[in-house]
Write a protein that binds this ligand. Structure first.
Ligand SMILES: Cc1cc2nc3c(=O)[nH]c(=O)nc-3n(C[C@H](O)[C@H](O)[C@H](O)COP(=O)(O)O)c2cc1C
Length: 219
């Protein structure tokens, strides 16, 4: 599929075929996709809970009760569900961890360049911590960027997805003990294969977008 075909093929799947399971090989690629997303200063301020078993999906479905019940079948009937979580805070120890990891991966020809990078990471983080006072929000934005590349990336594997902000993040934070580990949940993405009867498939419900002339100004 070329890019145009890929964009037309994907849509938010509302009903999964429960008989189809994503292969282990494809799940390995899915996990690598999560890992390879870009982020500002390579901060990678995220963690992912991946539910593949019936038991794991049942735990994930605790975030789709009450007001959020409409998303429950999209979780329990999926092949796998990824919960995207953001760091709550970032400190010097974490910045050092990022710089050391980059160093081990061969990014720095010498100590000066490593220290320059570390200084830049801290400078950007300080802007968000003190000037803009949005450190947590900034880190959440990096996680959303990952979600964007994830949604397109899984499509290239022929995998359907359902991004869901309609989840009880407090319940999921408690279920997976996230806050104590310095994380909070943001969005769940269910993965699998569309059911024939899915009302939201593009042959039954066409995609709708604002016109290009309204959203793009070429200067
Ligand atoms: C961050 C985000 C959160 C969303 N939350 C939900 C949700 O909770 N439940 C749902 O069924 N769809 C959800 N959607 C799907 C959107 O409604 C959908 O992406 C949009 O209508 C465009 O349609 P398309 O994805 O089929 O192209 C969400 C999408 C995004 C990107």
């Amino acid at each position: 599929m070329n890019l145009q075909e890929t964009l037309n093929w994907r849509y938010t799947t509302k009903e999964f075929d429960t008989t189809k399971k994503i292969s282990e090989e494809d799940m390995a690629q899915v996990k690598n996709l999560l890992r390879m997303s870009p982020s500002s200063v390579n901060l990678q301020p995220w963690h992912f809970i991946v539910a593949e078993s019936t038991e794991g999906k049942a735990r994930m479905a605790k975030g789709a009760q009450g007001f959020f019940h409409f998303n429950a079948p999209k979780i329990t009937n999926a092949s796998a569900v990824v919960l995207f979580c953001s760091k709550i805070d970032a400190d010097d120890a974490y910045f050092n961890h990022i710089a050391t990891t980059d160093d081990i991966n061969g990014r720095f020809p010498n100590e000066d360049i490593k220290n320059g990078f570390l200084g830049a990471v801290k400078a950007f983080a300080d802007i968000h911590k003190y000037d803009l006072k949005d450190l947590q929000h900034w880190m959440e934005k990096q996680v959303y960027l990952n979600i964007g590349s994830f949604l397109l990336g899984v499509t290239t594997l022929g995998i359907d997805a359902t991004p869901m902000e309609g989840i009880d993040v407090k319940a999921l934070d408690e279920e997976f003990g996230l806050r104590a580990k310095g994380y909070t949940s943001l969005v769940a993405v269910s993965l699998g294969y569309r059911a024939e009867s899915d009302f939201n498939s593009t042959d039954k419900t066409p995609k709708s977008r604002l016109e290009e002339s309204e959203i793009i100004t070429v200067v």
